[in-house]
Ligand binder design. Structure first.
Ligand SMILES: Cc1cc2nc3c(=O)[nH]c(=O)nc-3n(C[C@H](O)[C@H](O)[C@H](O)COP(=O)(O)OP(=O)(O)OC[C@H]3O[C@@H](n4cnc5c(N)ncnc54)[C@H](O)[C@@H]3O)c2cc1C
Length: 421
């Protein structure tokens, strides 16, 4: 059931903090409802996780991060910096609290509940992209027909097939076929003979994330929105009839504020009762020449390495989940670990011609669900915590939140995402 929310009259103006995929998609959708928006960004659009990610729009794989297998990975990774999931051994009470809460959600029963929530969202994720394309966002999304999940053997593939079937049982719409190594190589000649089995996954899309977010920023500006770059927000206050947003460039006033600062969400929203912590799950990426690399989105699932064609003769290679502070610099060992894991399956890539080495923080919540909706203030909203899937779900959550703000009635899909849960 939709629930009533927000101030008594429809807001006419909004300040959105953060110009990543989520903040900009929210701003765009607020404009759609006639709200005047100012986006405030401490660096520039796509300065955070929304730049170097893998750009998969894959509703079939948009699953909750907490899962029973995550526990096994997490424990093993405590001792290995080369592991695709890495928790640096250091005393950090905040991280310990996050992990404790995360662990509680890693049960099969809880997974089914979380997956059902994702299933509902995923059904509309690509429509939200079509709405952007139909109304001024110039950068395209591309069909991945099919995208490939590659494995050394059918036995290695079995876990993924089980996961896809579990997702289907939870309500996901998934079209896939298991194929053998030769068929996979016929589709994708970059794969080596080490690949003995694959899954061809249909109906998914992908994009160049940096280019897309810049196009979204352009569309927001073209519709009359302001984007204040190199402007940091230090506080948001509810003044009763409006909000005051304190920035490094002075104070802004508006009817409502939306905080969409990705992995940096906590500090600005804690004063409004948001207690769910957002932890940086740092991922790494770089790009390689397209020659000898996959021509379609390809996931080496056991190695947890993703390849995505970016256009312009480059392919992005991404991976790793490192639970560490967002601001830390690139750790070269992680890049080497990605190369070492992927090279045997993709031997034609010129791994030494890497450029654009990058690390960025996935904004992870302990239950794997984003935080989308109102806070303790009826004028301060949150949109963030999308973890591994802020690109796939950003436009949809922006649309749902804008509807809640502009109409005062929250769509039913937002109920499990309530920031005060
Ligand atoms: C390696 C990797 C691969 C990924 N692959 C995929 C994928 O294939 N598909 C998918 O859907 N998702 C993927 N993701 C996840 C996705 O990138 C994130 O979920 C998404 O980008 C989060 O967007 P956001 O707008 O919430 O955060 P961000 O993009 O991090 O944006 C937050 C913005 O807020 C700004 N900011 C922070 N604090 C302040 C402040 N105080 N004042 C002003 N501005 C501030 C930051 O500078 C930043 O620009 C991947 C992530 C990684 C790391």
């Amino acid at each position: 059931m939709p629930t009533a929310t927000g101030p008594s009259r429809p807001p006419r103006s909004a300040v959105v903090v953060g110009a990543g995929m989520v903040g900009l998609a929210t701003a765009w959708s607020l404009q759609h409802h006639g709200v005047e928006v100012t986006v405030v960004e401490r660096r520039h659009p796509a300065a955070g996780a929304s730049w170097g990610n893998a750009g998969w729009l894959s509703p079939a794989l948009t699953l909750p991060l907490p899962e029973p297998a995550a526990l096994r990975y997490g424990l093993r990774s405590l001792v290995s910096p080369e592991s695709p999931v890495y928790i640096p051994p250091r005393p950090d009470p905040r991280l310990a609290r996050f992990l404790l809460s995360f662990t509680r959600h890693c049960t099969p029963r809880r997974w089914r509940v979380l997956a059902a929530t994702f299933a509902t969202l995923n059904r509309h994720a690509l429509d939200a992209y079509d709405a952007l394309a139909a109304d001024g966002v110039a950068e395209p999304t591309r069909p991945a027909e099919p995208c490939l999940l590659a494995f050394r053997s059918a036995a290695e593939r079995a876990r993924m097939v089980e996961e896809l079937e579990d997702a289907r049982a939870a309500g996901f719409e998934i079209a896939y076929e298991p194929i053998d190594g030769d068929r996979a190589r016929a589709l994708e000649p970059a794969l080596s003979d080490d690949v003995g089995a694959a899954v061809a996954l249909h109906g998914q899309r992908y994009l160049n994330p940096g280019d897309f977010v810049h196009a979204l920023a352009d569309a927001v500006r073209e519709r009359g929105g302001r984007i204040l770059e190199r402007t940091e927000v230090s506080a948001v206050r509810d003044l009763g009839r409006e909000v005051a947003v304190t920035t490094s460039g002075g104070q802004l006033r508006a009817d409502v504020a939306v905080v969409a600062t990705g992995a940096w969400l906590d500090a600005l929203v804690r004063p409004f009762g948001v207690r769910v912590p957002v932890q940086a799950g740092r991922g790494y990426s770089f790009s390689v020449p397209a020659e000898g690399a996959p021509t379609r989105p390809t996931y080496l699932a056991a190695q947890k390495v993703v390849c995505t064609p970016l256009g312009k003769g480059r392919v992005r290679v991404a991976g790793m989940m490192e639970l560490a502070p967002a601001e830390r610099p690139v750790d070269p060992r992680r890049i080497q670990a990605i190369v070492a894991a992927a090279r045997p399956l993709l031997p034609g890539i010129d791994w030494d011609a890497r450029t654009d080495t990058w690390v960025g923080p996935r904004p992870c919540t302990p239950d794997g669900l984003p935080l989308v909706g109102p806070t303790g203030s009826p004028r301060v909203y949150v949109n963030g915590g999308h973890g591994m899937w802020g690109v796939a779900l950003g436009p949809l959550s922006g649309r749902l939140l804008a509807e809640a703000i502009a109409t005062g009635t929250a769509p039913a899909e937002l109920a499990p995402l309530h920031p005060l849960r």
